[in-house]
Design a protein around this ligand. Structure first.
Ligand code: 13P
Length: 252
C-alpha cells in the first residue's frame, strides 16, 4: 500500500489583516511540533501572502493561495497569475473552491484552465469538488463529483502523486457545522480514488485526497482514520491556533 503523507491546509478565506495574519502564521509555525507526520499549508488572502511567507521562512509550513487566473500577465484587472503566486512564495494553489463556483462564476472549464496554468507554473493545485445539499438529496453526489473531477482535470495527467491534491468538500458541510460522517466521506473519497485510477492510472494511489467541511479537533481524528482520507482542508477552525493545531496533531 502506498504511504501518503497526511496534508492539513488552512483556508483563511476573506479573513485577517496583515498584522492579524502574521500573528496567526507565527502562532501556527511555533505551535506545530517539529517531527510531526503531517504536511501543513496556510492559504491567507492575497494581501497577506508575502508577509505570511516571511513568517514561514525557515519552517516546513507551506504557503498556498486561494485562487488564481490562468493568464501569465496582461490587462486583467484584479487578477493574479500563478507566476505571481510562485514569486510570492506559494507552493500550492486552491482551485475550484465551491465559493468561487457559487459567487465568482467558476465552472469546470475555467477550473481546468486554472489547474493547467498552476501546474505549468510549477505549483501544485488543490482541486476542490463536492456536491450541494440538493444534489445529495437527489442522489447525485457521485455523478457531480465525477463531472467536476473529470472536467477539472481535462486532459491533464500529473505523473507524480505529489503533483496534485484533491479536496472533497461537500457544499452543505462548509461553514455549517454539519460534517459528513466518516463513513459518508470515506464512500466519496474511495469513489474519487477509483476515478483518479481510471483517469490517471497507478499514480492515483499516491494522490492526497483531503476532506473539507466543518472540520474540528473533535471530528478530525475519526475522519483522518478513514483509509482514503489523507488530510483536511480547514476553513473556520484554521483561523484559531487552539483549533487548528489539534487538527494538525490529529493527523499524526
Ligand atoms: P469550514 O471548515 O469553515 O467549514 O470551511 C471548509 C472550507 O471551505 C475549506 O476550504
Amino acid at each position: 500500500m502506498t504511504e501518503r503523507q497526511p496534508f492539513i491546509a488552512g483556508n483563511w478565506k476573506m479573513h485577517k489583516t496583515l498584522a492579524e495574519g502574521k500573528t496567526l502564521a507565527r502562532n501556527i509555525r511555533d505551535g506545530a511540533a517539529p517531527g510531526r507526520r503531517a504536511e501543513v499549508a496556510l492559504a491567507p488572502p492575497y494581501t497577506a501572502l508575502a508577509a505570511v511567507a516571511q513568517e514561514l521562512a525557515g519552517s516546513d509550513i507551506r504557503l498556498a493561495a486561494q485562487d488564481t487566473f490562468w493568464e501569465k500577465q496582461g490587462a486583467y484587472t484584479g487578477a493574479i497569475s500563478p507566476a505571481m503566486l510562485a514569486d510570492a512564495g506559494c507552493h500550492y494553489v486552491i482551485v475550484g473552491h465551491s465559493e468561487r463556483r457559487q459567487h465568482f462564476g467558476d465552472t469546470d472549464a475555467t477550473v481546468n484552465r486554472k489547474l493547467t496554468a498552476v501546474i505549468a507554473a510549477g505549483l501544485i493545485p488543490i482541486l476542490c469538488i463536492g456536491e450541494t445539499q440538493a444534489e445529495r438529496a437527489a442522489d447525485q453526489t457521485l455523478q457531480v463529483v465525477r463531472r467536476q473531477l473529470e472536467g477539472g482535470l481535462g486532459t491533464l495527467k500529473p505523473t507524480t502523486g505529489t503533483g496534485l491534491v484533491v479536496a472533497y468538500e461537500p457544499v452543505w458541510a462548509i461553514g455549517t457545522g454539519l460534517t459528513a460522517t466518516p463513513e459518508q466521506a470515506q464512500t466519496v473519497h474511495h469513489f474519487i480514488r477509483s476515478l483518479l485510477r481510471e483517469f490517471l492510472g497507478p499514480v492515483a494511489e499516491a494522490i492526497r485526497i483531503q476532506y473539507g467541511g466543518s472540520v474540528t479537533p473533535d471530528n478530525a481524528v475519526t475522519l483522518l482514520a478513514q483509509p482514503d482520507i489523507d488530510g483536511a482542508l480547514v476553513g473556520g477552525a484554521s483561523l484559531k491556533p487552539e483549533l487548528f493545531l489539534p487538527i494538525i496533531k490529529a493527523a499524526g
